[in-house]
Design a protein around this ligand. Structure first.
Ligand code: GLU
Ligand code: MG
Length: 436
């Protein structure tokens, strides 16, 4: 590593844009505690560039970005301006957590699950993305599509290994030039940190090949979108699953059922954090294999919450595999906020001992009104404005964030809605593809 290499101290903001400041890596050790300066109004910046108005910050205040050295990532060859970054907490100048720091919000949420349930969270973020290419696309899932993606495919997988995010597979997905890379589950904060790092490494590897990778939720409204599926399980102190019970429907324990019920109860408010852009809801319509309805299902890709299959071939242990997959997120969502709010919703379900939701065994779009009621199937908001409205009306969900984080988040999202209004979906998809 050359002495004058830059290392970026960064955070992921409310619009899931990674921002920060870089310093010489030789100067890093002296900065590990005090970090670098930061400004509250940076968290009123919209993904389109301008600051959202009104916002709770104005021109006043000073913060610090303090690095978490465990998140340090360096990808690239010596002498070739490596991507070198460290994720940071946003703190006050005395080091106390800043009330609108998404990473601290997730940390607090994890602490609640630990103190109330003795639970540790394992999670992984499964991303889809597309390369922006003019060439005609090869067939979905085909070897041809994978081979045409070389040398990107091999380079990105190796760079992700170097970044420590444990990529498991590379696959060509359904839409044109669309790919998916699932990551191994990690504990708590690290799982969301991995999602932030993953996106930056994928973009970087494409950039070095003069290409662009986009995580836009929907590139072409006539095609499949790019989802982020969040897989979650809770473990007890000894590492046993709190979600697994082979005697129950779907092998989902009573506690797992309560968690699922909490997520479904708050699903409409949650979508303000997980389907976070004005184009996100257009991905979440029936028959896109994203999440067409608010319900729990097993092995069914139309449900917001899915129980993925338990593979009993070979030596696989079903208990270790049992997890809930939240399919309603995309990469316009800040991963820390998304995971934290899903966990808060699940925790509410556990606190209230909600009954396990029925497990839907068919296409939610085909149900008549009586069956929809029987299976507890509801609709997701059809716009971000509706999601924000659902959040405003859900006193419990609003209280998870605290007033500053709530106000800042809503101001950024409202500004985005205003900036996207009056334009066709296709145009907004193109605009978001240029940003994400
Ligand atoms: N592309 C789908 C989505 O938008 C997911 C397809 C799948 O991997 O099941 O979420
Ligand atoms: Mg997929």
């Amino acid at each position: 590593m050359s002495a004058d290499e830059l290392v970026a101290l960064v955070c992921c903001d409310l619009g899931a844009i990674v921002r920060g400041r870089a310093l010489f890596s030789s100067a890093l050790d002296a900065r590990l505690t005090e970090g670098v300066g930061w400004v509250p109004a940076n968290h009123a910046l919209t993904p389109f560039g301008p600051i959202a108005e009104p916002n709770p910050f104005g021109a006043t205040g000073d913060l610090r970005l303090t690095p978490d050295p465990t998140t340090r990532v360096r990808v690239g060859e010596d002498g070739a301006s490596a991507l070198h970054l460290i994720l940071c907490d946003i703190v006050e100048t005395d080091g106390s957590p800043w009330a609108a720091c998404p990473r601290s919000f997730l940390r607090d949420t994890l602490a609640l699950l630990d103190s109330e349930l003795g639970a540790r969270v394992m999670a992984s973020f499964e991303h889809e993305f597309q390369l922006l290419l003019d060439a005609p696309a090869a067939l979905p899932f085909s070897l041809e599509a994978q081979r045409r993606a070389e040398p990107f495919a091999t380079r990105v997988m190796n760079s992700l290994v170097a970044a420590g995010v444990e990529p498991e597979r590379f696959l060509a997905e359904y839409a044109a030039h669309q790919f998916e890379i699932p990551l191994a589950a990690a504990e708590g904060l690290a799982s969301a940190d991995r999602a932030v790092v993953f996106r930056e490494v994928v973009r970087e590897v494409a950039r070095r090949l003069d290409a662009r990778a986009t995580f836009v939720p929907l590139l072409d409204p006539s095609e499949a979108g790019n989802g982020v599926h969040v897989h979650i399980s809770l473990l007890d102190g000894g590492g046993g699953s709190l979600f697994y019970d082979s005697s129950r429907a779907g092998c989902l324990s009573e506690l797992g059922g309560q968690f699922a019920a909490g997520v479904l109860r708050h699903a409409r408010a949650l979508s303000a954090f997980t389907a976070a852009s004005p184009i996100s809801a257009a991905r979440l319509t029936p028959h896109r294999w994203s999440a067409g309805a608010v319900c729990l299902a097993e092995r069914n890709r139309e449900a917001l919450l899915r129980i993925p299959p338990l593979v009993t071939l070979g030596e696989e242990d079903p208990e270790r595999q049992l997890r809930l997959e939240y399919r309603g997120a995309d990469a316009t969502a800040n991963p820390h906020l998304a995971l934290a709010t899903i966990l808060r919703a699940g925790l509410e379900g556990i606190r209230e001992r909600l009954p396990a939701p029925p497990i839907l065994d068919r296409d939610p779009a085909e149900l008549d009104a009586a069956d929809a009621k029987r299976y507890g199937v509801g609709a997701l908001p059809s716009t971000l404005q509706e999601s924000l409205q659902a959040l405003a009306e859900d006193d419990t969900a609003r209280a998870w964030l605290g007033p500053l984080l709530y106000e800042a988040y809503v101001s950024v999202k409202q500004a985005e809605i205003d900036a996207a209004s009056g334009r066709e979906l296709e145009e907004n998809c193109r605009r978001y593809a240029a940003i994400y």
